[in-house]
Design a protein around this ligand. Structure first.
Ligand SMILES: *[C@@H]1O[C@H](CO)[C@@H](O)[C@H](O)[C@H]1NC(C)=O
Ligand SMILES: *[C@@H]1O[C@H](CO)[C@@H](O)[C@H](O)[C@H]1NC(C)=O
Ligand SMILES: *[C@@H]1O[C@H](CO)[C@@H](O)[C@H](O)[C@H]1NC(C)=O
Ligand SMILES: *[C@@H]1O[C@H](CO)[C@@H](O)[C@H](O)[C@H]1NC(C)=O
Ligand SMILES: *[C@@H]1O[C@H](CO)[C@@H](O)[C@H](O)[C@H]1NC(C)=O
Ligand SMILES: *[C@@H]1O[C@H](CO)[C@@H](O)[C@H](O)[C@H]1NC(C)=O
Ligand SMILES: *[C@@H]1O[C@H](CO)[C@@H](O)[C@H](O)[C@H]1NC(C)=O
Ligand SMILES: *[C@@H]1O[C@H](CO)[C@@H](O)[C@H](O)[C@H]1NC(C)=O
Length: 896
């Protein structure tokens, strides 16, 4: 359950490999400005002019920033190719068959707060448009696909493809939304005005924003957030996602409005962004665009080049003058082709939050933007505050995370603190084991019979999934532990999603025998079928190793495996509250679920400028974020296991994976839904509505205020007041909607608001540039190149830097170059940074827990480590089994 938002550390080390999603979340220090930005109003070559700027900025180590319209001119000039589009739809549709919630999305229960969407039908509509020649521009096609992805409102379902992955749009100013006194409805403010007023001791009240582009500011932002926010279960969370927040600042992220917009926000011709404050101050600014991938695109010139590079993943061939006759070399991975921008990451995070965070009294080591430390603790009067902005940690950091939580608890106990706030604002998830670990630190004892950390889940049953599950489970069960190689596989793959034989069937309290026992189960909804419920066995060393890369018992989650409970519960559930802003997702959702089942209450902050309840967890409540590249490997592996593999999606000869059509950096989906313990207990055989579609109101909602939005001390004290002293501080009509254990909510969930009429804030219709203006608009590509180049990228490898430098957690090694048949490699070996087998999220933890196939990375080059506690302990490097096919060394066409 990796969060979809990796940390800056991750981004800055791996951005060059191109596979990591959300690079745009990274924050290049203070907001970049358009100083000296030349207009690229050269309509003859809208993309060429852009690339010149990128080259120039990178040379000067500047973060490339543009007027949004200049980027839009280039994007709209990129042509559309029907065949590529159709192949992508095929790829994506097959991928989304694994999305657990299709039937519920099509016909959601009444308490679900977003409009439903029939994903497959919508994809079919786009396909029909392609067939009817209705697309002439790649951008329109990608926007239509993204509109479907947005309509899923599940943070685990994300997509980074083609030209929309190249840039993000941004407002030129930072906004927050806050109430004057906690009672009156919030209004938008400029963040800088709030911080300035705070620093001046509030001698003057900041003035709210009255209008944006002549529309009432709240109205503008409401519409804007419903179109642009990504992955939330209700519009209150969509709203919060737009704005800046201190907890975003300390993680290096912008709010969506401030730097993560996918859809072009201007109106096609005039990019002005005008705001007027209530005191009459006016700003006339322009929407901005940021480059997402900080490597030089090289000599790209035309919209056709842009197509090749960003849609197909191909760099244009350039002549080299060194007498080498092989021609096709463009070194966009090597030393000359890229320049890493110097980004200030080791900043003090209190400073980074404009002083909103006070000095912590407990802090995880390396508490800087890039440092890996995230947990902090504070004491105010008799209240202890534990701030957990993310669960995203590498395995070696996870230990310190856990220790810091314990240190906080011990200090709080010693100081006789009697109330606890756990602040999970902006927490998008991360390492699942930390949800279990953190929970047990607060509640070391839990009922054995049906533990609060039950964490049951189930998936969609469909023929392709069943085929894979059946084959892979049989393979795993057949591995011979006497054979070293097979023993490695057994450990590596114990938690593979398609190995069901290590998962617990709660109907029998034993592990599943085989896939058939598991899927399809009897559950049915809207004629769709689902598996039985499965549970993780957290006492199984193999599972802990495979799922969380945990190698020694000391690192097992607290209270599990070989790490027994040694402490006692300090606080009663009613003395703990959880603070969220609705954006809590994934592992965060799991953690809040555990805490709620133990009786802990939630307080949620912010939301739309209206009264009423709000949910505490509106990010994904799914239990497994999965990704296209893992699925592709599983499909290929299955193809090799089956005698008759003809029913698998076509994998063209020489392709590493299924044909993606266009360049898919990342396509995430949710594989398993959480099924609540309370629902299961009622009737294990009934249809269970996934937690994702249930209404889970917070126990109390508060508005952010002008005084507390950039002052955490004030915010926490306001939370404590509302939680324990004066419930009337909760927003009007926001209480009574939430369950406490064994008590139904007194007030039923609100019904789904009617679908909003899509008033157009975004207009993608107006043309600047456009197809046909480019003299060399015809894209040239060689499909083999796409896949060969991408295989290395997907595997997460990047070439070593000068002096064999590699990012942390990886080591420079020579790997064999092994090009496609008929290709003449330019070298037999190349130096690449191989990741250590331990790290989490997208590197080795996932490689270690999923079957690897030829050519992809696996945890290879192992060294057996001697430890007291485990049968086998390994350290190793993730290496490609059969060498790599780097695009700059494999020419991509047969040698003469
Ligand atoms: C872009 O427009 C500005 C203002 O209209 C003009 O001064 C400039 O010459 C134009 N640049 C190009 C490259 O056409
Ligand atoms: C998507 O896949 C499903 C299941 O295989 C199929 O019924 C449907 O027609 C496909 N839709 C498109 C648009 O390819
Ligand atoms: C913004 O203000 C400028 C200057 O008054 C005006 O020309 C422009 O049309 C305005 N833009 C919008 C989108 O209202
Ligand atoms: C964990 O904390 C210790 C100090 O307590 C530090 O020496 C070590 O480097 C930290 N490890 C990581 C990965 O942060
Ligand atoms: C499985 O274990 C649970 C909890 O210990 C128990 O309530 C249930 O009866 C058991 N089921 C079976 C089939 O043994
Ligand atoms: C979980 O794993 C442990 C250790 O391998 C094993 O003893 C236990 O039987 C497993 N639990 C179930 C329910 O299979
Ligand atoms: C299907 O099996 C054949 C024969 O074993 C193999 O060559 C081919 O690569 C397999 N296809 C897939 C998609 O795995
Ligand atoms: C935040 O608010 C508290 C309580 O009102 C105040 O004591 C503190 O000085 C404020 N912090 C800053 C940085 O202004």
């Amino acid at each position: 359950m990796a969060a979809s938002v990796p940390r800056l550390l991750f981004w800055s080390s791996f951005v060059l490999s191109g596979i990591f999603q959300h690079p745009v979340d990274a924050r290049p220090g203070p907001r970049p400005t358009l100083l000296n930005r030349r207009a690229t109003n050269d309509t003859g070559r809208p993309c060429g002019a852009l690339f010149e700027i990128i080259e120039e900025d990178l040379r000067q180590q500047l973060f490339p920033v543009f007027n949004a319209g200049d980027v839009y001119s280039c994007l709209t000039a990129v042509p559309f190719l029907k065949d590529v589009g159709l192949r992508f739809i095929e790829y994506y549709n097959t991928t989304l068959q694994f999305q657990s919630t299709l039937a519920y999305l099509e016909s959601p229960p009444a308490e679900y707060q977003q409009p439903g969407v029939d994903v497959v039908t919508e994809l079919g509509r786009v396909k029909q448009k392609v067939l009817d020649d209705q697309y002439t521009r790649q951008l329109d096609f990608e926007y239509d696909i993204h509109s479907i992805v947005h309509a899923v409102h599940d943070d685990h379902v994300n997509l980074f493809i083609g030209i929309t992955a190249a840039f993000s749009f941004a407002s030129p100013l930072d906004f927050v939304s806050a109430s004057l006194d906690g009672k009156s409805l919030p209004k938008p403010y400029l963040k800088d005005d709030i911080v300035k007023a705070r620093k001046a001791g509030w001698v003057e009240e900041p003035s709210p924003v009255a209008t944006i582009n002549n529309i009432d500011a709240n109205e503008f932002l409401t519409q804007f957030s419903s179109r642009n926010a990504f992955g939330y279960l209700e519009s209150h969370a969509d709203w919060n996602d737009m704005f800046e927040h201190p907890t975003n600042d300390i993680q290096g992220f912008y709010g969506t409005l401030g730097g993560r917009l996918l859809f072009y926000p201007g109106n096609g011709l005039d990019d002005t962004f005008n705001i007027t404050l209530e005191d009459g101050t006016e700003y006339t600014e322009h929407w901005l665009a940021f480059l997402n991938q900080l490597h030089s695109p090289g000599p790209l010139e035309t919209a056709g080049d842009f197509y090749n590079y960003f849609v197909l993943g191909l760099a244009p061939p350039v002549e080299v003058n060194d007498g080498d006759d092989s021609g096709l070399v463009f070194d966009f991975e090597g030393e000359n082709g890229l320049r890493l921008i110097a980004i200030k990451v080791d900043t003090d995070w209190i400073e980074e939050s404009d002083g909103a965070f006070p000095e912590p009294e407990v802090a995880q080591p390396f508490l800087t933007l890039s440092g890996g430390g995230v947990v902090t603790g504070y004491f105010q009067d008799d209240i202890g505050i534990l701030s957990i902005p993310t669960f995203e940690q590498f395995p070696d950091e996870a230990k310190n995370f856990s220790n810091t939580v314990q240190e906080f608890i011990s200090k709080a106990e010693a100081r006789k603190v009697n109330k606890i706030i756990i602040d999970l604002q902006q927490n998008r998830g991360g390492s699942v084991n930390l949800a279990f670990d953190t929970f047990r630190r607060f509640f070391p004892e839990e009922p054995d019979s049906l533990p609060w950390t039950w964490a049951g889940s189930r998936r969609r049953s469909h023929p392709l999934g069943d085929l894979v599950g059946d084959a892979v489970t049989q393979w795993w069960k057949g591995l011979d532990p006497e054979d070293d190689e097979q023993l490695f596989d057994k450990w590596d793959e114990a938690a593979n999603e398609f190995v069901i034989a290590a998962k617990i069937n709660p109907l029998t309290n034993t592990t599943f025998e085989n896939w058939v026992e598991y899927s399809p189960g009897s559950a049915n909804y809207r004629e769709d079928r689902f598996s039985k419920v499965e549970r993780l066995n957290l006492s199984d060393d193999q599972v802990l190793y495979s799922a969380f890369s945990i190698e020694t018992v000391e690192d097992d989650p607290y209270g599990y495996g070989g790490n027994p409970v040694t402490t006692q519960q300090v606080w009663k559930p009613e003395d703990i509250v959880i603070l969220t802003d609705g954006l809590c997702s994934s592992t965060c959702s799991l953690f809040v679920g555990f805490m709620q089942q133990a009786g802990v209450r939630t307080i949620v902050a912010g939301g739309l400028p209206e009264t009423g309840p709000m949910q505490a967890v509106s990010g994904s409540r799914g239990t497994r974020a999965y990704a296209n590249y893992l699925l592709d490997w599983m499909l290929k592996f299955t193809g090799q296991l089956l005698a008759d593999n003809s029913s698998l999606p076509n994998i063209p000869i020489d392709y590493e994976t299924r044909d993606t059509g266009l360049w898919v950096h990342h396509a995430g989906f949710n594989l398993r839904d959480e099924i609540l313990k309370s629902d299961w207990e009622k009737d294990p055989n009934a249809e269970h509505i996934p937690r994702q579609f249930q209404y889970e109101a917070a126990h109390c909602r508060i508005f952010y205020t002008v005084r507390n939005i950039y002052n955490m001390t004030q915010l926490w004290s306001d939370v404590a007041q509302a939680a324990w002293k004066d419930p009337s501080l909760c927003v009007e009509d926001s209480t009574g909607y939430a369950n406490l254990p064994d008590q139904p909510a007194p007030v039923p969930a609100p019904t789904r608001p009617p679908a909003q009429d899509a008033r157009v804030v975004i207009n993608t219709g107006a043309t600047r540039g456009g197809p046909g203006q480019d003299p060399d608009g015809v894209p040239i590509f060689n499909e083999g190149d796409v896949v060969a180049g991408m295989a290395v990228k997907r595997a997460g490898l990047e070439p070593c830097g000068a002096g064999d430098k590699c990012p942390g957690n990886s080591i420079c090694q020579s790997v064999p170059v092994n090009c496609a048949n008929g290709e003449r490699p330019k070298a037999t070996e190349a130096k690449y940074c191989l990741p250590l087998c331990k790290p989490a999220v997208n590197t080795c933890a996932q490689f270690a827990s999923d079957v690897k196939v030829n050519g992809a990375l696996r945890c290879d080059l192992r060294y057996e480590a001697v430890t007291k506690s485990r049968k086998h302990d390994f350290v190793g490097l993730c290496a490609p089994r059969e060498g790599i096919k780097p695009q700059n060394l494999c020419p991509g066409r047969p040698a003469a």
